[in-house]
Design a protein around this ligand. Structure first.
Ligand SMILES: *Cc1c(COP(=O)(O)O)cnc(C)c1O
Length: 226
């Protein structure tokens, strides 16, 4: 599939926004309670610029080098989230440059984020990625280790744990993903965390119905990645 032309991105963005609003109406939520993250990994900067011109301010990237490169190229007042696997030795490159890290899944990584953000006298906002189905191919803390990790993190002065993120098993029918979203919401409620990052291109409406506050949409907006 060829990349989506920049001229089509505004149209696709507004279609996604309409779907977001319709999902909110169905479950009686305010549309402002759900933020759309444009997942721009492996997409050209021109496509991001087109989305920004159409009003999209929040972007999600998965690779540190690409994140840095694009941030330098796109000198716009955007909000950047980091959503991919993160090695501790690369945290320093993100220091002060990302509004939210979605993918923290271990104590050593949280400690390194704390150390780096401490150097700039700020507090990093983070989510814990939860591996709900115990998939070996995916990162994430196991549900039964979540509360211990959360309580360790609560001792860190330069990290603020705000919520949970998941990347559940793919199912062609989004209804089959619903129980995973519901489980993430229940885990967050137990920990009194408010932010729920869940739902992607093919299942974000179900995620919204289950309480998502951040949805991460790539393909539906930008088309297939290289
Ligand atoms: C790539 C990616 C997405 C976007 O997926 P689409 O199916 O293209 O919408 C969302 N979340 C994470 C963590 C990703 O890596």
């Amino acid at each position: 599939m060829p990349p989506v032309p920049a001229s089509a991105i505004a149209t696709r963005l507004s279609a996604i926004r309409q779907r977001l609003e319709a999902a909110c109406r169905r479950c009686g939520r305010a549309p402002e309670s759900v933020q759309l993250i444009a997942v721009s990994k492996k997409q050209p900067v021109a496509a991001m610029a087109a989305a920004a011109a159409a009003g999209q301010q929040l972007f999600g990237e998965s690779y540190v080098q690409e994140f840095i490169d694009k941030q330098q190229q796109l000198d716009l007042p955007l909000e950047w989230h980091f959503i991919g696997a993160l090695q501790s030795n690369k945290v320093k490159y993100l220091r002060g440059r990302t509004a939210l890290i979605h993918s923290v899944d271990r104590w050593s990584l949280a400690q390194e984020i704390d150390r780096q953000w401490g150097r700039i006298g700020q507090r990093a906002r983070i989510l814990l990625q939860v591996n709900l189905a115990g998939e070996t191919s995916k990162a994430g803390v196991a549900p039964d280790q979540l509360s211990e990790l959360a309580s360790q993190i609560s001792t860190l002065a330069h990290v603020r744990l705000e919520g949970l993120m998941c990347l559940p098993p793919y199912a062609a029918d989004p209804e089959q993903v619903r129980p995973w979203f519901r489980q993430l919401r229940q885990l967050a409620a137990t920990l009194q965390l408010e932010v729920l990052s869940m739902g992607m291109s093919h299942d974000f409406e179900v995620a919204i119905e289950e309480g998502a506050t951040l949805i991460r949409v790539g393909t539906a907006l930008f088309g297939e990645r290289d």
